[in-house]
Design a protein. Sequence first.
Lengths: 103, 439
Amino acid sequence: MKRILLACSSGMSTSLLVMKMQEYAKSIGEEAEIWAVGQDQAKKEMAKADVVLIGPQMSFLKEELQKEAQKYGIQVDVIDMVAYGMADGKKVYEQALKLMEDK
Amino acid sequence: MSQTLFEKLSKVLVPIAGKLNNSRYLQVLRDAFMLAFPLTIFGSIAVVIANLPFLDKVMSENSLNTLKEMLGVAPNATMGVMTIFVVFGIGYYLSKSYEVEGIFGGAIALASFLLLTPFVLQVEGKEAVQGVIPLDRLGAKGMFLGMITAFVAGEIYRKIVQKNITIKMPAGVPPAVAKSFAALIPAVVTLTFFLVVNIIVTQIFKTNMHDVIYNAVQAPLIGLGSGIVPTLIAIFVTQILWFFGLHGQIIINSVMDPIWNTLSLENLNAYTKTGEVPHVVSKQFIEIYTVGMGGTGMTLAVIFAILLFMKSKQMKQVAKLGLGPGIFNVNEPIIFGLPVVMNPLVIVPWILAPMVVTLVTYLAMSSGLVPPPNGVAVPWTVPIFINGIMATNSLAGGLLQVVNFLIVLVIWFPFLKFIDRMNLQKEREEEQAATKSAS
């Protein structure tokens, strides 16, 4: 079970991407829990995640979230801009998997 | 401009944006206003119903007045006393951010604010009524004093708690009881401070903190914020930030919201009392007439321009993806997919269109052609046209958005056409390359 947390300003704009990522994970037969939250909840929700991805418009959160993520030994990164814009579920899902391997 | 210049600028802007976004005070202020948000929506619904344009045709004047009276308590109990919620919210969230008991922080902030509030109503030409709080002091008029007081009260309270000057209860005392004792000394000290301030101001200077802050801080700031030039600057900075891929509103709004929200409250108060709207610029002016047109940068017009007039596959795909969210004013697909971010080809329409449209909106409203938003809170995800009508309680408010939509489309058109031609050429070359390698 892979648990991927997406964080953006209010959790609204990333929800489309979440749907696409879930579809992709399902299509390749992987079990994944993917969810989006607003920036104020990101720190709390991190405890339940294996990896954290940030919407590119909130890239300035990275440093702060990274500090918190160290407690759980998980990776934080900013979602690739074009993949985010095109709601490319496959590409972002792969980005998440790669980050999980890196740790 | 070269790509590297953009990147250099981006390196400067990202940390600044981060600092502003993470500033404790701005974060607390944002959360405090969010606390009041559902309440203002409730109050707004009541105002909308009481002012539906056709009511005077289907109801007698008497029953219409009764309806207005029945519903009038809803905005009074929410937006009318919004400062109470903001003050409590600041006290609560500020304490929480320092990891001290939030609920007491909120209560102490509120009591501090009330300590500075005159419990007397002065109406010109009449005898003063004792033992009442004038409603407007708890609403728009007291907003800035409320915010300042809540921050100061929260800071004093948490410092004393953190210094551990509290009464400690032996083990075995129920936690709720222990907590209320723990807050005792900090509460008494904080409230004493504000009591002394109030005594000095009322007894020695023969005035009150409400009038002092209103005249010295709030009125000048509000006057400044309601002008068209500062508004255009705010729009300009928002667009620039988004151009660098940063969430412009989160950063600009946390600075401007106190002013814009106060303007909205003043509008609503005047509107429910007299039907007149004093300020053109307000929270709704900014939200409904910029973001409310398909997201930041009013990109619903861009989506339509692409779907109707452009041919390249890449653009069509982005536009199709962006249409659904765009109707509800979410436009990340366009911003990051077209893309707008760091794309020198679109920087001109991206910045120019919202500024031109904002100016047009301002002129249309200040000339009386279109009524300004009356302060009714409309969620930013309500689609274009509908949100314009709701915000102004007039069809003209929606029609103005249609005009604005066309202006955006015209400004963007040549730039989109240029990108389209480039994309088409690229797509053709790729196709040719593909057929060549296939044969």
